[in-house]
Ligand binder design. Structure first.
Ligand SMILES: [Zn+2]
Length: 348
């Protein structure tokens, strides 16, 4: 049994003019999945924002208080801005600066509890995957590190092994820093070489239990799937985790403005399928994804895979096309959008 966790807070919320995250991301996925007949009311659960107490399992109280104050006042003083990296170009103050990331974190926290209780075996939280966040500071568009909160919840409430797999174009520095020394957690990342934050180089194992597989700019499906088959899967099977957290950032897809990777959504979905096919209880997160068209199609397809549908051949119904046509993309790539971004869910 699978559940999709979300909230209406993501509808209409953006990081402000000029920011790469000032695009629709979560609600189009929900609307497309509903239009496709993939998401019934009993498969969707809305969650509230996490509380200070819940967030401080990973973050400092001072940092969460700074987010609360920044939301209330839409301002932060220079001293706290410098310490917590809030109110910067990358991590701007916007109307839902606390509630939005806190809601994504609550979804990941809820998901971890459901995995532990066995209520659901497959859980999707496309609002999550903000893997750069640090305990006391925002980092790389990430205010709250929801993968870290899910891992902490699974780690502290079980004595089981947990694998974290990250296929986002960027290295999950915030996650690696905090967990790579723990024997019951193993971290795997495939990301673009020499791309911000420039951590996770080849051979970097963090404090022992991280595995990093950087790939070159221009890497295609075959490169992604080769690392999955030859490097990640064998070691993952040997580790034999009881739980998996999969960060499925979609910014490695071709035509995403924030990476030079060139995956098609077929390759991306195949990578996700390889993990799902292990039939290990799993939380699948979103993450990066800065082209609203490719991101919405990719994540709708991930939900399809989670519930056993086949997005590689799925017909895009008229209502889904209407959702895609309604999206906005304030970037040069969004000026004359190709018809293939809105007419089908799968790539050529
Ligand atoms: Zn990314």
């Amino acid at each position: 049994m699978a559940i999709f966790l979300g909230s209406d807070i993501f509808r209409g919320s953006g990081y402000g003019k000029g920011h790469p995250l000032n695009i629709p991301r979560v609600w189009p996925v929900i609307d497309i999945c509903k239009a496709q007949g993939w998401l019934g009311e009993d498969q969707f659960e809305s969650v509230p924002p996490a509380t200070m107490q819940e967030l401080t399992c990973f973050h400092t109280e001072e940092y969460i208080q700074a987010l609360l104050d920044a939301e209330a006042n839409q301002f932060i003083d220079i001293k706290r801005s410098e310490r917590h990296k809030i109110g910067t170009h990358s991590n701007p103050i916007y109307p839902e600066i606390y509630r939005r990331p806190a809601t994504a974190a609550k979804a990941s926290l809820t998901a971890a509890s459901y995995l532990i209780s066995g209520k659901y075996k497959r859980i999707f939280n496309p609002s999550g995957g903000t893997h750069h966040g640090f305990p006391d500071a925002a980092n790389g568009f990430c205010f709250v590190n929801d993968p870290a909160i899910a891992l902490t919840t699974l780690y502290n409430n079980t004595s089981d092994k947990i694998a974290y797999i990250d296929i986002d174009a960027h290295h999950p520095d915030g996650v690696q820093n905090h967990f790579s020394h723990l024997q019951r957690i193993k971290l795997f990342s495939i990301h673009e070489e020499d791309r911000w934050p420039r951590t996770g180089r080849k051979g970097d194992v963090g404090a022992g239990n991280a595995r990093n597989y950087p790939i070159s700019r221009g890497a295609k499906d075959t490169d992604l799937l080769s690392v999955m088959c030859n490097n990640i899967l064998p070691e993952l099977l040997e580790f034999a985790p009881e739980y998996i957290v999969l960060q499925a950032g979609a910014d490695g897809l071709v035509e995403d403005p924030q990476s030079g990777l060139c995956y098609s959504n077929h390759g991306y979905w195949r990578a996700v399928s390889m993990i799902l096919e292990l039939e290990i209880p799993i939380l699948v997160l979103g993450g990066g994804g800065y082209n609203p068209y490719t991101t919405a199609r990719a994540w709708a397809g991930v939900w399809a895979l989670i519930i056993g549908q086949n997005p590689h051949v799925a017909e895009c119904v008229a209502e889904s096309k209407a959702v895609l046509e309604s999206l906005y993309f304030p970037h040069r790539l969004g000026k004359n959008i190709p018809g293939r971004w809105v007419s089908r869910l799968y790539d050529d």
